[in-house]
Design a protein around this ligand. Structure first.
Ligand SMILES: [Zn+2]
Length: 373
């Protein structure tokens, strides 16, 4: 799709980048990108995709603007409280870049509509806050052979990964468990630092632009985690599983499935800090406590008896968990350990728990003298 004189002016800073240039900008103009969720992640992702000149942008969102959204959802302003998010978002993006084709899908993605909606796009950005939606979108992208950039946020921590058909693992390769068995509390009520989705949504837009233009190295087979409190980016490499239920050799999922969106089921595998304290007091011998923070964080201060295996080393470290009756994962605030917990559960039969609130909670409730960096 060729550029107009207006485009040449508008995108001149892109055109000046040798790697992107006119060819890359033309690819952006021809691209069709679907953003699922116009919330914290979708806000920056949509704004940057529109500013970058992605020709067709789809928005899946059925919610309305609430005053509590404005702490992080920078697409909206106070005058739009109560309005349809999809329409408010489209209005904002059209004002930013009037030549774009903005498509609204004011529905909740379900097994019955996901194939039709995603089928119309080249690339999908998942900015939802529900596990069931994340699996649904992953499965539809695998089945339709569409690329996917998926992000999630929790309190002070974010995660990001990119799926490209035939080039790497999908979300189920990393987290094979069904949504009902997941352990990461990811409900809107859990709390989130307002700027965190700004970082993660911008990274999603970066990945999308790279994939469309065919430049750089996408985040394929790598789960990137970001801890805003320690200002630390980590990476966790993972591979495609031949037994993956959707992208494996003998897939059992041949059509998208609706899953449970309930929050409460995800709390089951969490242990509170007070419960952990009690467990260590009464049954330490049978409890394996794994601290998945980086080595320098562990060195600064940790719970006595904890074993340090940074999240990025977990997949290639052998853990003799069978000798224990339970394995508890802990990190700084509970985000990284939730990933570890979820991954470990799919590789071990031993009871696996995530220490809610992490070392910060331990410092607050149990041991104020422990140093948490
Ligand atoms: Zn897979």
């Amino acid at each position: 799709m060729s550029l107009t004189p207006h485009d040449l002016s508008r995108y001149s800073r892109h055109l000046a980048l040798g790697e992107l240039g006119i060819t890359g900008q033309e690819k952006l103009k021809a691209a069709r990108v679907l953003v699922v969720g116009a919330g914290g992640l979708g806000s920056p992702a949509l704004l940057y995709l529109a500013a970058a000149g992605v020709g067709t942008i789809g928005i899946v969102e059925f919610d309305r603007v609430d005053i509590s959204n404005l702490q992080r959802q920078v697409l909206f302003d106070s005058a739009q409280i109560g309005q349809s998010k999809a329409h408010a978002a489209a209005h904002r993006l059209q004002a930013l870049n009037p030549t774009l084709n903005i498509q609204i899908h004011e529905v909740e993605l379900q097994a019955s509509n996901v194939m039709t909606i995603i089928g119309d796009y080249d690339l999908v950005l998942d900015g939802t806050d529900q596990f069931a939606a994340r699996y649904l979108i992953n499965d539809a992208c695998v089945l339709l052979r569409k690329s996917l950039v998926s992000a999630a946020i929790h309190r002070f921590e974010g995660q990001l990964f990119t799926y490209v058909p035939n080039l790497g693992p999908c979300y189920r390769c990393l987290f094979p468990a069904s949504p009902a068995e997941n352990s990461i509390p990811n409900c809107a009520q859990a709390g989130v630092l307002g700027v965190l989705p700004g970082v993660m949504g911008s990274l999603q837009a970066t990945e999308a632009i790279k994939l469309i233009a065919g430049i750089g190295e996408p985040l394929i087979g790598r789960l990137m985690t970001y801890d805003a409190l320690s200002m630390n980016f980590s990476e966790f490499k993972f591979s495609a599983r031949s037994d993956c239920a959707v992208c494996g050799l003998n897939p059992s999922i041949i059509a998208p499935q609706d899953g449970s969106n309930r929050c409460d089921s995800k709390q089951a595998d969490t242990i509170s800090i007070n419960q952990l304290h009690a467990l260590l007091e009464t049954d330490r011998r049978n409890t394996l406590l794994i601290d998945v923070r980086e080595q320098y964080e562990f060195s600064a201060g940790h719970i006595e008896g904890a074993v340090n295996i940074p999240l990025s080393d977990l997949s290639h470290t052998s853990i003799a968990a069978d000798e224990f009756s339970s394995v508890v994962f802990i990190c700084r605030s509970g985000g990284r350990s939730a990933h570890a917990c979820q991954w470990f559960k799919s590789h071990s039969q031993v009871k696996t728990l995530n220490a809610a609130g992490g070392m910060l909670a331990w410092q607050q409730a149990i041991d104020p003298s422990v140093l948490v960096v």
